[in-house]
Design a protein around this ligand. Structure first.
Ligand SMILES: Cc1cc2nc3c(=O)[nH]c(=O)nc-3n(C[C@H](O)[C@H](O)[C@H](O)COP(=O)(O)OP(=O)(O)OC[C@H]3O[C@@H](n4cnc5c(N)ncnc54)[C@H](O)[C@@H]3O)c2cc1C
Length: 261
């Protein structure tokens, strides 16, 4: 099986600061980690390879420091890693991100399954997986909690829904996004860590993908960030004077005024 896993490097903290001038994340001094949901995607890819033979390729689009996340993926058992990095890719919204990832996947030899995390812990949209499936004209299944069977060019999974789960059968190739219920990710082995140090990181830029500059990064993004801000929380308290019936009247009057009763 040829499996592709999409991985995003994200800040390892929720204490992020936003640059008010550019509306982008201030990345200096922040430790980066593999997006937690993507560790489940990597583990599932490696398990499928161990069961069915084949190869796991991990792709990330990000700045040069995303190389660290790819080396970590190698230590966890993946075979090939690709970094999509180019100034032209900067400022991408989810559509342009999915477009760039899809263009890279089209360049690879035919793959059977593309595994993404269900969402990231920074952007948090959960849009990249389904958008990529649409662009690759592949079936898509979200919130996969278990892969039950892969046989004869088809895939049977259990996907989580609010009331329980659904069993879905799809043809391959397909794109899935996985939840944390799917497995328990392994720790890197010593051999894996050694291998990761010398692993070849293939880096592709705009010219390698052969796509137009107007399709990627900020230019290829149909959404623009106008403003990013932390919501201001305001709490006020008013003590109602008098005996209880007077306090109740006062409360009802205020609720009515606020249109709440
Ligand atoms: C209008 C707009 C402008 C933006 N501008 C910038 C900017 O200037 N700079 C910036 O850094 N970010 C920017 N972003 C954020 C950027 O678009 C997102 O980081 C990216 O599109 C992924 O979206 P997400 O984090 O919501 O991923 P989700 O859709 O929640 O991710 C789901 C899964 O898709 C895969 N995935 C997601 N992103 C990647 C990736 N990069 N590589 C490989 N796999 C991936 C992973 O498997 C992940 O678990 C912008 C977003 C918007 C909406």
């Amino acid at each position: 099986m040829n499996i592709v896993v999409c991985l995003k490097q994200v800040p390892g903290t929720t204490e992020v600061k936003i640059d008010p001038a550019t509306n982008t994340l201030i990345r200096q001094g922040i430790e980066n980690i593999i997006n937690p949901f993507d560790t489940y995607a990597i583990e599932e890819g490696v398990r499928l390879k161990e069961k069915h033979d084949g190869k796991v390729t991990v792709i990330t689009m990000g700045p040069p420091q995303a190389e660290a996340a790819l080396r970590e993926a190698v230590s966890l058992g993946v075979d090939e890693v690709i970094l999509l990095s180019d100034r032209a890719f900067a400022g991408a919204d989810t559509w342009a991100t999915a477009y760039t990832l899809a263009a890279a996947i089209k360049k690879l030899e035919a793959c059977d399954l593309i595994i993404c995390g269900r969402q990231t812990i920074d952007g948090d949209t959960g849009q990249v997986g389904p958008e990529m499936a649409e662009m690759l004209a592949m079936p898509f299944i979200a919130y996969v909690g278990a892969i039950e069977e892969i046989k004869g060019g088809s895939l049977r999974v259990r996907r989580l829904i609010e009331e329980g789960h659904e069993v879905v059968v799809s043809s391959l190739p397909a794109v899935i996004t996985v939840s944390k219920e799917i497995n328990v990710p392994r720790l890197p082995s010593l051999r894996g860590i050694m291998k990761s140090k010398s692993a070849k990181i293939t880096t592709w830029g705009l010219a390698d993908l052969g796509v137009g500059e107007d399709k990627v990064g900020l230019a290829g993004s149909s959404t623009q960030v106008i403003k990013v801000f932390f919501p201001q929380r305001e709490t006020t308290a008013e003590m109602l004077e008098g005996d209880v019936p007077k306090q109740v009247d006062g409360l009802v009057a205020r609720l009515k005024k606020a249109g709440l009763c």
